[in-house]
Design a protein around this ligand. Sequence first.
Ligand SMILES: Nc1nc2c(c(=O)[nH]1)N[C@H]1C(S)=C(S)[C@@H](COP(=O)(O)OP(=O)(O)OC[C@H]3O[C@@H](n4cnc5c(=O)[nH]c(N)nc54)[C@H](O)[C@@H]3O)O[C@H]1N2
Ligand SMILES: Nc1nc2c(c(=O)[nH]1)N[C@H]1C(S)=C(S)[C@@H](COP(=O)(O)OP(=O)(O)OC[C@H]3O[C@@H](n4cnc5c(=O)[nH]c(N)nc54)[C@H](O)[C@@H]3O)O[C@H]1N2
Ligand code: SF4
Ligand SMILES: [Mo]
Length: 884
Amino acid sequence: MNLPEKLIASDTVNTTCCYCGVGCGVTAAVADNQVVAVAGDNQHPANKGRLCIKGSSLHETQSSPDRLLSPMLHGKPVDWDTALDYGAAKFRDIIEQHGPDAVAFYLSGQLLTEDYYVANKLMKGFVGTANIDTNSRLCMASAVVAHKRAFGSDAVPGCYEDLEQTDVLIMVGSNTAYAHPVVYQRIAKAKEERPDMKIVVLDPRRTATCEIADIHLPLRPGTDAYFFNGLLTYLADHNGIDQDFVDTHTNGFDDSLAAARGQVPDITAAAHLCQLERADVEKVYQLFAQNDKVVTVFSQGVNQSSSGVDKGNALINCHLASGKIGKPGATPFSITGQPNAMGGREVGGLANQLAAHMGFDKPEDIHRVEQFWQAPNMARKEGLKAVDMFRAIEEGKIKAVWIMATNPAVTMPEAGRVRKALEKCDLVMVSDCIGNTDTAKLADLVLPATTWSEKHGTVTNSERCISLQKGFLNAPGEARHDWEIICQFAQKLGYGEHFSYSHQVDIFREHAALSGLDNNHSRGFNISALEEIDKKDYENFAPLRWPVTDQSPEGTDRLFTDGRFYTPDGRARFIPIEARLPVNTPAADQVILNTGRIRDQWHTMSRTGTAAKLLGHVDEPYIDIHPEDIERFGLIEGDLAVLANQGQRYFGRVKKSADQREGEVFVPMHWNGKYAASSCADALVNAVVDPICGQPEFKHSPVRISPFKQAWNGFLVCADDITPACEYWAKITLDGGYKFRLADGECPDNWASWVKNQFPHIDDWVDVCDSGQQFFRAAGFTGGRLQVVFSAATDKTSAREMRWLEQQLGQEIDANTRFAILAGIPGGGVEDEGAMVCSCYQVGQNTIAKAIKGGCASVEALGEKLKCGTNCGSCIPELKALLR
Ligand SMILES: Nc1nc2c(c(=O)[nH]1)N[C@H]1C(S)=C(S)[C@@H](COP(=O)(O)OP(=O)(O)OC[C@H]3O[C@@H](n4cnc5c(=O)[nH]c(N)nc54)[C@H](O)[C@@H]3O)O[C@H]1N2
Ligand SMILES: Nc1nc2c(c(=O)[nH]1)N[C@H]1C(S)=C(S)[C@@H](COP(=O)(O)OP(=O)(O)OC[C@H]3O[C@@H](n4cnc5c(=O)[nH]c(N)nc54)[C@H](O)[C@@H]3O)O[C@H]1N2
Ligand code: SF4
Ligand SMILES: [Mo]
């Protein structure tokens, strides 16, 4: 791989990417307390040198204009002592008056294991409540319980190599091309090398992942468990059972088969229930039955469901029945979302777990942890899961909550209700590196945390691989590490001696020791061989897959290779599954709202939204919708439409997409109050949860859809971040400023005063307006430099955007160019590049189209000429489309 020049020239450090659960190793070049370049770490087992566009932009997203530099109490900066004294006093009062269950922590899979460990210890052992839940509830809770039910432990059996070595890869509710891009690249390469390898995607929509699939099954939403029940029946009827494995290593097969057969007796029934072609279902069932090497990857299309646990077990049942587990290229594989969702599960950071894979259901576990922590106030029962926790806040039962490294006002279902609950909560504390997230805006106390490249500790990825996120930059302002903040808070509560760690390694050693305590193969998570790791080794921790024990000091690639599971009798458990449909069904005038990820944004955009490059691919909230539905609801492609539910609205650009099923729309989960007026998907998402694990059904909410009747539309390009006074706006970060797309149901009396009101500090304006008042354009200057361009029109086509205009921002503008700006024509005879296609090398659509006309006939030829598509490769599908 080619290293950027800066990387060759500078001091480099090895660390881990802070985004997705692939957990890529990153080599960062550092100069002047800044990351100046990054590349994939060639030695890291997860990525072997690769990075996706988010990872390769890490150095461009490290500084945010909204970085929080000091503790803030009720909007005013205070020193740390004042801040923590305030929080601790409130916590203490509330606990004294109302008991420990009146307080809560809401954490995140983006914390490091060391942060997570001390937070969990403080709440469960010292405050005395298990009201500590996390955004992993929204993400991995279904898989966690499915694993525990089947294997006796929350353990992913396989590793990434299995995804490359398999003969049949089935991806269920997983859009790896966007959500786990480096894993996707690894799979794509394996498929290129072995074209016989078969790839199947089960997803109601045809996603970018389907580009490499042999078969895409656009199943009816929520019917995955019917599909796998049908497969179990098929395996039994077509010689697909590994009877020896079933007899020797499992329990409960007969009941599970009976349940499956009772519901889905044959292929025809499966096809009917899942609304698929019978022949396609049969093909996939055959592939599963006839190949020894089968991997089933599953993600949020399975987990985020009111029957997510059962779906997980329905597919695991098929792997157990056919003995396709614990072998190279054969395993079920739950792929993890966040960089440390797995680490959070290891420390027991969920309300219904204890620590180190122990639980509240066994008194001896509670006793063991109590002894180990010397805990004075050990919690003895489960706490509230995320949705219930915010309900309890709403009802005033929980009176203080500390939210760390997550943004629930945007990402919880019924987000509007969550906001209201936080507004009236007695004490809301938020630890974040960004000061003005939608959640932080509702907080009494906001604490500045260090983040990627500043903080130091471990994370565990999807394949159980523990890696180091290295701290190598100084903390900005007064930011502190999350674990330090938690320990200082513990001290204020009077538990200082139990939280007197002088370095992260002390926490890590304690965590490792607990994992091995009385373990004897009863708990999957065991890193006891690391309990005495010295500081130097820890600071240069080389990636290792757990378990890491005296028997396996080099870590463990695959679990269950000997057919022994973590259940009391060592046998895996079949779970009889009665598949169910999603809870809410749409009325005749509604569509099903499906939500998920886009390639270049990370959740609520707090980091990725600040890089112009990452807004090049998709720059505005949108609604993917089937052509027939566009007709049915009187929508127009490219116009705005409004989704409505629970008194909330989501504005998005209509995208016609035959990849959608009829009656179903897809919207990105990312936009929020910092980036748009009203485009938060979760405001509309129903808070229906899985009864066993409490994970919300994010992928299935009935909503209404209608065209937005706009009186005018337009855009603003400006140097300053503002909140436009407009019914619809969406913000796009540019290099050196912002662009806002605007629309409103009513025209302002006067466009000139409207725009001047948005920028009271600018007084040098030029503008033009047509006589019919249907069109207006203005430009504002400070010291001769362009600060604002505003363009508005009552029809759709007149407010034409141009990259050229954006490039003039902040420049000194001569009289001719002022005229060109007002005329909306690039000055000096230059041509506009058009919409960005290759974000890495900033190559626009017009430039590519010109090269194609000029004779570039392949992706390779375009790459040769313009470099587009030659770095992360994410735009290759679009290049192909342009070539077509
Ligand atoms: N770019 C980017 N990458 C990310 C993230 C990010 O924010 N941005 N977040 C990370 C996190 S925390 C997570 S959890 C992962 C999530 O990774 P994924 O789960 O792969 O991503 P999603 O887009 O949430 O959902 C996956 C697919 O489930 C499909 N689906 C919906 N309903 C059903 C159904 O009933 N059955 C089936 N089979 N499929 C269905 C959706 O159409 C969607 O394509 O991504 C991680 N990676
Ligand atoms: N509709 C819909 N909603 C969903 C989903 C979906 O598919 N559809 N998916 C769900 C899933 S799987 C997930 S994981 C959640 C994710 O949702 P969230 O966790 O709410 O989203 P993030 O934007 O990742 O929030 C992380 C916050 O932590 C801050 N941060 C970053 N680093 C640090 C640090 O080191 N310390 C501290 N203290 N703060 C830090 C960031 O600035 C940011 O504000 O969303 C869930 N919500
Ligand atoms: S695949 Fe995930 S971990 Fe790897 S670089 Fe991309 S975002 Fe980071
Ligand atoms: Mo997630």
